[in-house]
Design a protein around this ligand. Structure first.
Ligand SMILES: C[S@@+](CC[C@H](N)C(=O)[O-])C[C@H]1O[C@@H](n2cnc3c(N)ncnc32)[C@H](O)[C@@H]1O
Length: 552
């Protein structure tokens, strides 16, 4: 990848959609998980505009070189845009509110402000100002690339273009214009830019160096670009030719080689295997009834949570031994059942290790509200009630009591062995960069599955530096009633410990094995050593799996 915009604050995007922190996509924080923050400028009906959609921008290497040079010289980067707009306007854009950014840039004519107004806010800009902001490409070049149109001396963006960065490098991402740029509802073939869900998946993706990686539902290429930092070859698939057109354009602008293929899920890579597969799939559960739009960017076209089930059941065929797949998803939780029931059913027979973290649960009404709003349909808008009722009826027809959302990590074991499964609920804030946490957690869980209880007990553990202990004691009591072991980073786990486990953690400095420490603690407490060891085992397992206790 050639040099692009750089960013001091790695995975933040300057304008709007994404955030650097995984928890910013969480319930109550207002970001739908398929990618787009909530819409504020809804003017939609339930039937999205069926106007002819524009073609994606054109790949012309000479013009792209000129564009790249001009964007770089205007400092159209994550950090410079954030500095130029200021924190209030940036935060407002994250909520899809463009007015503060509009006010900040309204009277400015410097190249950076002109580019922000034109390409990220979708405002018309005087032709002369565009020529000054893009001295090499000029307004004419922008038109020839299909990035803008011109009328009456005013240039208007035909696509959204914004800077993006990871911790190593920056680039630019073109996608369809958003609602804040057009003031109109999205069409069903809308190609999403960088969304909240895109950033969640990017933050949770392991960043090991691998040979072959696959991005299913690549869209305009967001995940594929992040993979570019650590994967030798990257295949991106999508059912949408328009999305692939954007990905092709973005790759050419960045100088990144992507193997882009059109088709349904794994169909374009039939018979092929990868070391790492990622997907922010179109997981939104959508009623299949008249009047409910099927947005390509969020709806895989199957009934219920079928798209996620298909991914789970088929991804193993495409993983190399030791290979990992990571994706986001929604899953239906039936009345009287648990979310883990659904997952055990899906995983059965796959042979894959599974670490599924449920991050949020919604009831059918909350789900209907969230995804109606995401599609631009709000209370008061025609068709809202119909749409809402369709969602509720669809869930009722399958006896769905609630819908889970989470992050899925599946691993094909390197050698033949029984797979492990960890189905955990973590609804609070987690570390901003979860990739290293997932990588360490995969290694710990795999090690635990291989060595069993004997290996766990015969290892000398060390307490991780971010672990603290909290004791709660009733006034006047000699002993604490509750002891909590807390993790500062990672999944920010809190584990309630009994006296023996608390004692064990307090002596974990790498000198005694867990068995030696527990037996000594049992002697001090005048308890049966075998019983103390057996009782401590499950908590010890969890402390190791989540990295509160580590090996030297
Ligand atoms: C939520 S967007 C994700 C885009 C991008 N990967 C990201 O992380 O922001 C889902 C993408 O999946 C594509 N898609 C929808 N149905 C698909 C299918 N059956 N097979 C492959 N891709 C599909 C859509 O066109 C869209 O680009």
């Amino acid at each position: 990848m050639t040099a692009g915009p750089s960013g001091r604050t790695p995975s933040t995007t300057p304008t709007g959609h994404a955030s650097d922190a995984v928890h910013q996509q969480h319930p109550g924080e207002g970001l739908p998980r398929c990618g787009r923050p909530l819409t504020l400028s809804a003017v939609a009906s339930t039937r999205p505009t069926l106007v002819a959609v524009s073609a994606p921008p054109v790949v012309d290497n000479a013009l792209l070189a000129a564009l790249r040079a001009d964007l770089a010289s205007a400092d159209f980067t994550v950090d410079a845009v954030a500095d130029s707009l200021g924190p209030v306007a940036v935060a407002a854009l994250r909520r899809e509110q463009a007015i503060p950014a509009e006010l900040v840039t309204r009277d400015r004519r410097d190249p950076l402000s002109v580019l922000i107004r034109l390409l990220t806010l979708g405002r018309p800009v005087a032709s002369g100002d565009v020529d000054v902001a893009l001295p090499t490409l000029g307004g004419d070049g922008l038109l020839r690339l299909g990035l803008a149109t011109r009328e009456d001396g005013q240039v208007r963006a035909a696509c959204d273009l914004r800077p993006h960065a990871d911790e190593f490098r920056g680039w630019w991402v073109a996608s369809d214009l958003s609602e804040i740029e057009t003031g109109e509802a999205l069409h069903e073939r809308h190609v999403l830019g960088i969304g909240g869900a895109s950033m969640t998946l990017a933050a949770w993706t392991i960043r090991r160096d691998v040979n072959r990686a696959l991005d299913i539902g690549t869209g305009c290429g967001v995940q594929a670009f992040h993979l570019g930092a650590h994967c030798r070859t990257i295949v991106g698939t999508d059912v949408s030719e328009r999305a692939l057109g954007y990905a092709r354009f973005n790759a050419a602008l960045a100088g990144l080689e992507l193997d882009l293929r059109r088709g349904d899920l794994f169909e374009p890579v039939s018979g092929q295997r990868f070391d790492l597969i990622v997907s922010n799939p179109p997981f939104v559960i959508t009623p299949r009834v008249e009047g409910v739009p099927a947005f390509e960017y969020r709806d895989g076209g199957l009934v219920g949570d079928g798209i996620v089930e298909r991914l789970v059941r088929t991804v193993g065929e495409h993983l190399e031994p030791g290979g990992v797949a990571q994706f986001l998803g929604n899953w239906e939780i039936r009345s009287g059942g648990t979310w883990q029931d659904r997952w055990r059913e899906w995983l059965s027979g796959t042979g894959l290790d599974a670490w599924v973290i449920q991050r949020e649960v919604q009831d059918p009404a909350e789900y209907a509200e969230l995804w109606s709003r995401d599609g631009g349909c709000h209370p008061g808008v025609e068709g809202f009630e119909h749409l809402y009722a369709a969602w509720v009826a669809d869930f009722a027809a399958r006896d769905v009591a609630s819908i889970g959302f989470g992050v899925v990590t599946l691993q094909r074991p390197k050698e033949a062995r029984a797979p492990w499964a960890d189905l955990a609920e973590v609804t609070g804030a987690v570390a901003p960069a979860m990739g290293p946490v997932v990588e360490a957690g995969l290694a710990a869980r795999t090690w635990l599955a291989e060595v069993g209880a004997a290996g766990l007990l015969d290892t000398a553990w060390r307490c991780a530096p971010d672990v603290t202990e909290e004791r709660h004691t009733r006034p006047g009591a000699d002993d604490p009633g509750v002891i909590m072991i807390r993790q500062g980073g990672g999944l920010r786990r809190s584990v309630q410990a009994d006296t023996a486990v608390a004692g064990l953690v307090s002596v974990c400095d790498g000198s005694l094995t867990a068995r030696q420490a527990l037996e000594a603690i049992a002697r001090l407490l005048e308890l049966d050593a075998a019983a103390v060891v057996a009782a401590a085992l499950p908590t010890l397992h969890d402390l190791v799996a989540d990295g509160l206790l580590v090996r030297d």
